[in-house]
Design a protein around this ligand. Structure first.
Ligand SMILES: NC(=O)c1ccc[n+]([C@@H]2O[C@H](COP(=O)([O-])OP(=O)(O)OC[C@H]3O[C@@H](n4cnc5c(N)ncnc54)[C@H](O)[C@@H]3O)[C@@H](O)[C@H]2O)c1
Length: 230
């Protein structure tokens, strides 16, 4: 049975992704700091871990055994004006959205290289292309696309695929916290007039994490339904 490690699997897109992998017959290591609403069942193990603990990531990764697919999904966003964002929130955004994915890739890539295979899917956002009122959030999501390409360059020659998905508006707690005016703007900007279901984004992640062609590497799959809000 192949194993996927999914971060931020406690709810939202991460929980839907964990369920998608379980449905495809995989074993899932579900990592989150909070499992309050977690309801995935089957070959799933919970890993309670706070990804801001960056220095603890190598030891954690070393304790997990072989990982076939890593999904860097956990993310944080604060609806605060740039001028007022507390330093602690900025540090948290940078750590969870950007530094933790790099730390996990750094720690898990060697065993993938050794086995000459493995897949990594990084969850970015349409904000990577458009910018975002939470500037640090947008900056980290653009960074995710850049690190996806950098790691694909490093690992591609060893048979490891590193790709990204860039979701648009998706019905999760992160989306629900947005001001109504922004939700109205983003739903007006999509072709379908609605936010995505988490399971729709999860299907794209599952495909990149299991079955997409091996030639597809270092790329970003837009899951935004035409959403480029300005
Ligand atoms: N919902 C959207 O509209 C949308 C759009 C574009 C991109 N995304 C991206 O999708 C990903 C998932 O977002 P979501 O909408 O499901 O959000 P969410 O807030 O519903 O879920 C995020 C999960 O990450 C976990 N998490 C946060 N900080 C953590 C930490 N320090 N350690 C461990 N786990 C932590 C949370 O506990 C939560 O379970 C994020 O990377 C987000 O940026 C979401």
């Amino acid at each position: 049975m192949r194993t996927a490690l999914v971060t931020g699997a406690g709810r939202g897109i991460g929980l839907a992704t964990a369920k998608a992998f379980l449905g495809a017959g995989w074993r899932v290591l579900a990592l989150d700091k909070d499992f309050g609403t977690f309801d995935a069942e089957g070959a799933v193990e919970r890993i309670q871990f706070d990804l801001t603990a960056l220095s603890a990531i190598p030891a954690l990764a070393g304790s997990l055994g072989p990982i076939d697919t890593l999904v860097n999904n956990a993310g944080v966003l604060y609806c605060e004006p740039y001028e007022a964002i507390p330093e602690a929130h900025k540090r948290e955004i940078l750590a969870v959205n950007l530094e933790a994915p790099v730390a996990l890739i750094t720690a898990l890539a060697p065993q993938m290289v050794e086995r000459k295979g493995g897949r990594i899917v990084n969850v970015a956002s349409v904000a990577a292309f458009t910018g975002h009122p939470d500037l640090w959030y947008g900056i980290t999501k653009a960074g995710i696309l850049n690190l996806t390409k950098s790691w694909a360059t490093r690992l591609g020659p060893h048979g490891v695929l590193v790709n990204a998905v860039a979701p648009g508006p998706t019905h999760t707690e992160m989306y629900e916290q947005l001001p109504q005016s922004r939700k109205d703007m983003v739903t007006r900007s999509v072709y379908s007039g609605r936010a995505a279901k988490p399971a729709e984004v999860a299907e794209a992640i599952l495909w990149l994490g299991t079955a997409s062609p091996e030639y597809l590497n270092g790329t970003t799959l837009d899951c935004n339904n035409g959403s480029y809000p300005r």
